[in-house]
Design a protein around this ligand. Structure first.
Ligand code: URA
Length: 243
């Protein structure tokens, strides 16, 4: 069966489908010894030999799906120009080469999924799928019901209007408020920017769920494998990408 090169690369666990597209256009991928830089290129994974950075891809033995409670002070990319700790440092016991699904800021803690399943990564990070992500945030100042309305109506952050999102006040005092925020977009530092836009800078931020998958009582810095029903649920949530 012939399939798009980036899809097959993601299945082999190279990275997410989008990241694989970058690798192709950067000229780092060869098929049967020939450099391929176009994204429409199709391959037969039974027959064609794919190389990334001159390393031949081999079919992956086992897909793994990890739910990690990322502490503050770790980055979610695999490598960092400043040599800061990465989330991969926390899952060294896992022998498969996993990568994070989406990102969390260095100064944000909470739920992040790691996997070597590029297809699932693609599905759940694709912007068209609108998957709810819920955070608890401690913010400066007293959050009011007017702020709740502003979140519901969408906010202007820089030149971008956010889609309607949910703000729920857990407790509020003059100095600070604890709130729960649910968004389904994933712009860079979106929750922080939204809170600043209503005059309540974030003090601490924690992601507690993606869809129905929650942190539960996992300890900070620890991880567990996702259950099969959770994996099936995420596949369903990510929908059909039709390509
Ligand atoms: N929004 C943010 O501002 N930071 C995160 O890490 C995630 C969402």
């Amino acid at each position: 069966m012939v399939e798009r090169l980036q899809k097959v690369m993601a299945e082999y666990g190279v990275a997410s489908r989008r990241k694989c597209e970058e690798l192709i256009t950067e000229g780092r991928v060869k098929v049967n010894g020939q450099l391929v830089t176009e994204l429409g290129f199709k391959v037969d994974k039974e027959q064609d030999q794919i190389e990334v950075d001159s390393k031949v891809l081999k079919p992956q033995e086992k897909k793994v799906y990890v739910l990690l409670y990322k502490p503050v002070g770790y980055i979610t990319s695999a490598k960092d120009q400043f040599n800061r700790p990465t989330v991969l440092d926390l899952v060294q016991d896992i022998k498969e080469r996993v990568f994070p699904v989406g990102r969390l800021d260095y100064d944000t803690e909470g739920l992040i999924i790691l996997t070597n399943d590029g297809e699932l990564t693609y599905r759940i990070t694709h912007p068209k799928h609108n998957i709810d992500k819920t955070y608890t945030a401690l913010v400066k100042g007293r959050v009011t019901s007017e702020d709740v309305v502003k979140f519901r109506q969408g906010l202007l952050i820089e030149d971008y209007k956010t889609s309607p999102s949910k703000l729920y006040i857990i407790k509020a005092s003059l100095e600070s408020s604890l709130v729960s925020i649910t968004i389904h977009e994933g712009k860079n530092r979106q929750v922080r920017k939204m809170c600043s836009a209503i005059g309540h800078d974030v003090i601490t931020l924690k992601r507690i769920s993606i869809g129905d998958i929650t942190l539960g009582n996992l300890q900070k810095g620890s991880w567990r494998m996702l259950t099969q029903p959770e994996i099936d649920y995420l596949y369903k949530l990510g929908g059909n990408t039709n390509d």
